[in-house]
Design a protein around this ligand. Structure first.
Ligand code: ADP
Ligand code: MG
Length: 703
């Protein structure tokens, strides 16, 4: 008999959230903590001691034995170091469970093994984790038992950011300040805080664990490095929104339950375009919480998949020729009074504040398209962006019919006098209710689309953290707001000045608006004509981090120092090189130890057949032809393997950095493709029984 899940009861049960704090903390301590969270004040140690004690008692009631500072170093995944609550044994040999304010606020993991891009000399490998009290602590249950996880930022001894979270928190401060400044100009004196709201939609694949374990490429790199398309691909689109199968349904039920317990608002789930591909979206949350939660989502998907005999693939392109996975980063700005600055209202043309916000965003995206593109660059995403798949590598903004019309009125006459109305959706069936069509329809091909009351940045890779894209969004929009405020604060006639400014921004940055088909060939040419950057790969995107423009931007808003930016660029080059190196070595291993030996065996069988057939006195030309074809491809494979070995070795002997990364991209990567081509052809003609690993068909149609 299956239990009934009481969602309202389990939601957040493992989170040290506001309700728990209010219940358990002394009134004054609770007030101080709230003040610190809302106004960014510092917490004194005595107060921290009280909070730590209550947090520990609560966690122990939940079964926790350990605590960890949970942080996001530049490895792309989260890190943690576990300490148990036990203190030194007392005279009677017993131990007490203790957790001090100091331990809550600050941790000191051995930082030498995390990437720092030269920021922190290894001889004084000290890094500190500091409690991010704006993201609640939670207890996580897994094979290790129960652990109290404390979300933290990770910095060097001198305060340089070594993680994703520190710059994110800094960028949230910047956008808060500049948004408030803008609101004051429009007469809002009451809002105290503006926070970016973020809702990331997560795509992923599920495959059978046993089959996964038979593929070294999946084990070591998260994607298939060889593999021919099965006769049935995704052409039929019959998977999209298809009925969720039982095995998957059971998995999703457990994922939801685990996420709800730790306070992640898992909301929608459905099948995606490709077979075996799915999506999970939570309800949006404050930016830094959304980033933390997205990490929890990724970890939970992986863990629960294992419990169901499956593996969850988060790689951007696990299978060539099948749709890849991304993450849609929905972003808006919300005041503490609950107002969304990106909500156009019923009559956008009259909503001057909205039009200013909108045109500032157009300006920000146009001026810093290279940074946004960079924020979505990771090795896996190179297979999506700029390859023949969604979305294109060119940044453009989709506004939809209604806003585009308003913007066009502004540009041509300087005044917008009307807004196109939303229509009713006519189904032609009397018994169906009238469904109102959104005034902004959907354009699935745009990398940066306005969807009603938020922007949806669709370039982010499925495996990547959403921290970097949000750092960029928050900071570039903060800059645009600041520049607008500088003009408007000095204006004698605010009304006239704001109209002029909106018209100016709309006109100057209209080139970034594109409402057409982003996948079309013509768009590439058109974008070039408009002067929009088309940055095709990660190594070509990284330089955006260290342009004068970027340094000026990030330093002005105290999000990154120049040194931090340079170190991040270094880390990204290294990361790229390491990734491709692992992929190349895995291909070499598979080709030489599995594929070539299997084909040799197969040619022996074919040769025996040819001989036997000839001996029987009949025509063996078909068999002989097959043998010739396989042997020719085997030779091609063997040559390509040797070439890949040589070039990979050469790449490995280079000094780490930009040049090495470029060498991997422009020399090693093509050599990998050259090895894959004959192998994939072989897979199509060799007996299925002779092939040494599960095929695409086995992996994606038989979960
Ligand atoms: P889609 O049609 O793209 O799947 P949804 O309406 O399902 O869009 O929303 C996708 C994500 O956007 C969800 O995580 C949702 O919570 C989030 N979202 C909705 N409104 C906002 C907003 N104002 N700001 C940020 N995110 C939002
Ligand atoms: Mg979406």
């Amino acid at each position: 008999m299956s239990e009934v899940m009481n969602v309202a009861k389990i939601f957040g049960e493992d989170v040290f959230n506001d309700t728990v704090m209010q219940e358990r903390l002394p009134k004054k301590v609770y007030r101080d903590l709230k003040k610190m969270i809302q106004e960014g004040k510092e917490l004194d140690l005595a107060t921290a001691d009280v909070i730590a004690h209550e947090m520990k008692e609560w966690a122990i009631e939940k079964g926790a034995t350990h605590y960890t500072h949970w942080f996001q170093p530049l490895t792309g995944v989260t890190a943690e170091k576990h300490d148990s609550f036990i203190s030194a044994p007392m005279e009677n040999g017993k131990v007490l469970m203790s957790f001090s304010g100091k331990e809550l606020i600050k941790g000191e993991p051995d930082a030498s093994s995390f990437p720092s891009g030269g920021l922190r000399a290894t001889f004084e490998a000290r890094g500190y984790t500091a409690w991010d009290c704006t993201s609640p602590a939670f207890v996580r249950h897994d094979a290790a038992g129960a652990t109290l996880c404390i979300p933290t930022a990770f910095c060097s001894y001198t305060g340089e950011a070594l993680d994703q979270k520190t710059p994110l928190l800094r960028s949230m401060q910047a956008i808060n300040e500049q948004s408030l400044r803008l609101l004051r100009l429009f007469g809002n004196e009451t809002a105290k805080k503006v926070t970016p709201s973020v809702g990331p939609e997560q795509e992923y694949f599920l495959v059978d664990a046993e089959k996964f374990m038979q593929r070294k490429d999946l084990i070591y790199t998260g994607r298939t490095l060889f593999g021919a398309m099965p006769p049935k691909g995704q052409e039929l689109d019959d998977h999209y929104f298809g009925t969720i199968r039982q095995r998957i349904a059971g998995f999703m039920k457990d994922v939801n339950e685990e996420l709800w317990k730790v306070g992640v608002t898992a909301k929608t789930q459905h099948n995606e375009v490709a077979p075996a591909q799915h999506e999970l979206a939570p309800i949006y949350a404050e930016c830094n919480v959304a980033v933390d939660h997205n990490h929890l989502v990724m970890q939970t998907l992986k863990r629960v998949a294992c419990q169901h005999g499956m593996k969850c693939l988060l790689h951007e392109k696990p299978f060539a020729g099948v749709n890849g996975s991304g993450k849609h980063n929905n972003w808006s700005l919300t005041t503490d009074e609950g107002k969304n600055l990106l909500d156009p209202g019923k009559a956008p043309h009259e909503n001057i504040q909205f039009l200013l916000v909108l045109t500032c965003i157009l300006k920000a995206v146009d001026e810093h398209a290279d940074l946004l593109r960079e924020s979505a660059a990771d090795p896996g995403n190179d297979h999506r962006l700029g390859a023949n798949e969604a979305p294109p590598a060119i940044i453009s903004v989709f506004l939809g019919e209604q806003l585009e019309d308003v913007i066009e009125q502004l540009i041509s006459t300087g005044e917008a006098t009307h807004s196109l109305k939303e229509g009713a959706l006519e189904t032609g069936v009397d018994t169906l209710p009238d469904v109102k069509k959104d005034a902004t329809d959907r354009n699935r091909t745009s990398p940066f689309a306005f969807t009603g009351n938020k922007f949806e940045f669709r370039m982010v890779g499925s495996r990547d953290s959403i921290a970097a894209p949000n750092v960029v969004l928050n900071t570039i929009v903060a800059e645009a707001f600041a520049e607008a405020c500088e003009v408007l604060e000095k204006a004698d006639d605010f009304h006239k000045a704001v109209h002029d400014l909106i018209k100016k921004y709309a006109t100057e940055h209209h080139r970034i608006v594109f409402n057409g088909d982003g996948y079309a060939e013509e768009w590439v040419a058109e974008a070039k004509r408009r002067g929009l950057p088309n940055i095709k790969s990660m190594v070509e995107a990284i330089p955006a981090l260290t342009t004068d423009k970027a340094i000026k931007l990030f330093e002005r808003f105290h999000v990154f120092t120049e040194a931090e930016l340079r170190s991040r660029a270094e880390i990204k080059y290294e990361n790229y090189a390491k990734n491709i190196n692992i992929e190349a070595k895995t291909m070499i291993d598979m080709a030489s130890k599995q594929i070539i030996p299997a084909i040799m065996k197969y040619t022996k069988t074919l040769a025996d057949t040819v001989l036997a057939v000839r001996e029987a006195g009949v025509d063996a030309s078909v068999q002989a032809e097959a043998l010739e074809e396989v042997t020719a491809l085997l030779k091609e494979t063997s040559d390509a393997l040797r070439a890949l070995e040589e070039i990979t070795e050469e790449a490995g002997s280079m000094e780490e950095g930009k040049e090495q990364a470029e060498f991997f991209k422009f020399n090693v990567f093509p050599a990998m493709d050259a090895l894959r081509a004959p192998v994939d052809k072989l897979e199509m003609i060799v007996d299925k029984e002779a092939w040494p690993m599960p095929s695409y068909g086995d992996l994606i149609f038989e979960v």
